[in-house]
Design a protein. Sequence first.
Length: 85
Amino acid sequence: MSANPSANPSRVAVEVPTTAQNDYLRKILTARVYDVARETELERAPNLSARLSNRVFLKREDNQPVFSFKLRGAYNKMAHLTPAQ
């Protein structure tokens, strides 16, 4: 469903999430990786914000305990290995 603002400005298009989208979101939010990863902060980027005339924030995944943004992918891969692997 797409919105056409010139057709009727009093109507707003709303997309209802599909079951598949809800399942995907549930898997993301309940992933075991959150046992080892922590929620990292957003950091203001004042110079970039000024240059772009907009507020810009950086998601600091390098502040994970292992100093890597790849923690989630690596942990997910390892969590799904068989004992032999």
